[in-house]
Design a protein around this ligand. Structure first.
Ligand SMILES: *Cc1c(COP(=O)(O)O)cnc(C)c1O
Length: 376
């Protein structure tokens, strides 16, 4: 238990984060710029500290979702280029300029509007243009000729990057990714013919990098999940993974109280669990208000004294009960592990996600602000 006595906290390893960045670099090689994706508070790892580590490891680019997230980094003194991936550039134009943030533009009408906002501003604002090659979310679906005309018309802006995003890049049961790559290359070739050659071309997030889709790397990649130590499992006949990373975050909780209850005792809200033997329980200072999914009620596990033990009954707002009958050493004040490892027993966010019926991204982003982040 740490000296500060938190009920629940997340330990984030700077060394592992930097190592994951280096492993991504080693896989993609020189000539591919790595954008460290630190949106959503760096997937719950703390955007400012993560950005410091990544820039220290050599990252020259970071990506966030909103101008507001970019401003937080600038105000903390982060000097790297910052790509704002999912905001409305026209709505935050002043902030983009003032904080030197680089917007992704999602449509040709936004491009025209942004260019008129930038009229008379002196230095042109650099932007990356997103193409919807089949994701069916953000990005323009215009053809190369229409894009070329709009880019040339937007004379107060500078097209620095052309990008797209894959819908199913770990899915080897269909050809959606290949189709998206072809659609992107077709647009890029059309723009080139029109004399438009953006400095950066990027389409890949973690999965295409991890499964070695070389044709999708272009000269820039945007990786988040891998930096935090995860790669989504592939579907279908995937090639062997070329990237190996390790989870950066461990999630801990302290034991508030322990006690013995008899056989047939109800545990927690709704009496959702009933003991089938005299049971020693431990009550943890963590609940769904900390991000421990209510769906782990009667299903999830934690690691106590190096053993995997079950969650008993309902996860409640601030408390969770576990079975420590087989861990006699566990006492109030001890620490258990929700995510991470003790000895050779471990639980990662993908395993927790499977139990909770969600995905690892959701588990990591779901760890709430009141869970203190401790950097080790
Ligand atoms: C979140 C995001 C990424 C990073 O994806 P990971 O799977 O975490 O590597 C890349 N590009 C865009 C557009 C994103 O929204």
């Amino acid at each position: 238990m740490p000296a500060f006595g938190f009920r629940s906290w997340a330990e984030i390893s700077r060394a592992k984060l930097a190592e994951n960045f280096r492993r991504v670099s080693a896989v993609v090689g020189d000539g591919v710029e790595i954008v460290g994706v630190v949106k959503a508070d760096a997937y719950g790892h703390g955007a400012v500290e993560v950005s410091r580590v990544l820039t220290g490891a050599g990252a020259r680019w970071l990506a966030v979702s909103s101008a507001e997230e970019g401003i937080t980094l600038r105000e903390a003194g982060i000097d790297a280029r910052i790509l704002v991936m999912s905001d409305r550039a026209t709505a935050v134009y002043r902030e983009l300029v003032h904080y030197r943030l680089t917007p992704v533009v999602h449509s040709l009408s936004d491009l025209r509007e942004l260019s008129s906002l930038a009229a008379g501003s002196g230095a042109p604002l650099s932007y990356h243009l997103k193409i919807d090659t089949g994701m069916g979310r953000l990005g323009t679906r215009a053809d190369a000729a229409q894009i070329a005309a709009a880019v040339k018309e937007a004379a107060n802006l500078r097209l620095e990057g052309l990008m797209t995003h894959f819908a199913s890049s770990a899915d080897y049961t269909n050809k959606q990714t290949e189709r998206q790559v072809r659609a992107f290359n077709r647009i890029a070739a059309g723009l080139k013919k029109a004399g438009i050659c953006p400095q950066f071309m990027h389409m890949s997030s973690t999965n295409p990098v991890a499964y070695g889709r070389r044709e999708a790397l272009q000269n820039m990649i945007r990786v988040g999940h891998a930096l935090y130590g995860y790669v989504s499992p592939a579907r279908g006949e995937a090639p062997e993974r070329v990237l190996h990373v390790e989870p950066v975050l461990s999630w801990k909780a302290s034991v508030i109280s322990t006690k013995e209850v008899p056989e047939h005792a109800h545990i927690g809200y709704g009496g959702m669990f009933r003991t089938h033997r005299p049971t020693r329980i431990a009550i943890l200072g963590v609940g769904y208000a900390d991000g421990l999914s209510h769906r782990l009620s009667n299903r999830g596990h934690v690691i106590a004294a190096g053993k995997l033990v079950p969650i008993l009954g309902a996860v409640s707002m601030d408390l969770t009960t576990i079975d420590v009958t087989d861990c006699p050493s566990i006492q109030p004040g001890d620490t258990v592990t929700l995510l991470g490892s003790e000895g050779d027993v471990s639980i990662n966010a993908q395993q927790m996600a499977r139990m909770a019926g969600t995905i690892s991204y959701d588990i990591l982003c779901g760890i709430r602000a009141r869970v203190k982040r401790v950097y080790v």
